[in-house]
Design a protein around this ligand. Structure first.
Ligand code: 5GP
Ligand code: MN
Length: 336
């Protein structure tokens, strides 16, 4: 993979491009994709954002989201666009299989792939150009740097500012995680100078839930949470029945795992949700316990040191039981 700086000269010649991100795009995946979309459009390029799957409704206010193609419901059009593209920008994921069923389409296309991402252990040989930096708070921070360092700071308008702020805010837990550097705050200051109304974005993202979702959360804490104080660990296992009963939609469980970390002393928080095709794990940690390694070793996943995801093909009860056995072998690390 050549460095991202070596790609800058290609910004001068009009091209056809695809921008994509990981499946079930979150605020950072959608924010970075749309910020790059607006930026490349303003340079005169012919670009389309293709999301591998649908996304949470609380992202539907984002500028340009109505132009995003959901691969799962528009496979033919999306495949044609990928095959016609000169470049495929791959944002907020480290390995192509995070684009789910879009993976073979991208892998087989002749387009040059460009990686911009902050996850651990990127599959760099799959990309022509790119940048991977685990120290970055968010892919949105990296898109900001991409725009500024390629000499186009003047093109950052309100649309781009709103998209970038969304990823900066969501991936830093509203600017509280250790990844929130001085640079992050400087970027936000710049976006504010452009006219960003940050309070509106917090409302758009965090205040769009349903009453049923709150009832689901209440139920989950009452009946689905297990705390293992001797291992500083909290676990929540959500059966499919809850998803149906409370009519949960994509995105409704996002952030739930973080609540578990608010219990005093908890260093490892885990939640497993019984989704249609698989059991989806989310892991969060505080301090030295590395959930990227943990998810890789035991749950076919990965991510960052303090936030990672994984999966299991077992039943939700069986995979939760596995987790309870596995954490016992990490007692030393968890109780340091
Ligand atoms: P979440 O728990 O919110 O789904 O994911 C937490 C973090 O880990 C996010 O940055 C997400 O992109 C990443 N992540 C989730 N699942 C996987 C996975 O299977 N592999 C890798 N490499 N990263 C993941
Ligand atoms: Mn991210």
């Amino acid at each position: 993979m050549q460095s991202i700086e070596q790609f800058y000269p290609f910004l001068k010649t009009p091209f056809k491009g695809i921008i994509t991100c990981h499946q079930k795009p979150d605020g950072d995946a959608m924010g970075s994709s749309l910020a790059l979309y607006h930026f490349l459009k303003s340079l005169g390029h012919d670009v389309t954002v293709i999301a591998p799957t649908n996304w949470a409704q609380f992202l539907d206010w984002m500028p340009g989201v109505d132009q995003v193609i959901d691969f799962e419901s528009n496979r033919e059009i999306a495949t044609k666009l990928v095959n016609e593209a000169d470049y495929t920008f791959c944002l907020d994921f480290n390995i192509l299989h995070r684009t789910k069923h879009l993976e073979p389409v991208i892998a087989n296309s002749k387009s040059v792939k460009i990686l911009i991402d902050h996850h651990q252990q990127p599959d760099t040989p799959s990309f022509g150009y790119g940048i991977s930096d685990v120290k970055m708070s968010s892919t949105c921070e990296m898109i900001y740097d991409f725009i500024v360092q390629s000499g186009h700071s003047n093109l950052i308008n309100l649309d781009i500012a709103q998209c970038l702020y969304t990823g900066l805010m969501t991936d830093t837990g509203s600017f509280r995680f250790p990844s929130t550097t001085a640079s992050v705050h400087k970027i936000v200051a710049h976006l504010k100078e452009i006219g960003l109304q940050h309070a509106v974005i917090h409302e758009n993202i965090y205040d769009q839930g349903t009453a049923a979702r709150l009832k689901f959360i209440g139920n989950a804490f009452l009946y689905r949470m297990q705390v293992f104080p001797e291992l500083n660990t909290a676990l929540m296992a959500i059966p499919k029945a809850d998803i149906y009963k409370f009519e949960l939609k994509t995105g409704d469980t996002e952030g739930l795992v973080n609540y578990l970390l608010s219990i005093q002393g908890i260093k490892l928080a885990a939640i497993v949700i019984d989704r249609e095709e698989e059991r989806k794990w989310s892991f969060r940690s505080k301090g030295i316990f590395d959930v990227n390694i943990f998810a890789r070793n035991h749950f076919e996943g990965g991510g960052h040191a303090n936030a990672a995801g994984g999966r299991s093909s077992k039943s939700v009860e069986a995979t939760a039981a596995d987790f309870i056995e596995i954490i016992k072998t990490y007692k030393n690390q968890l109780t340091q």
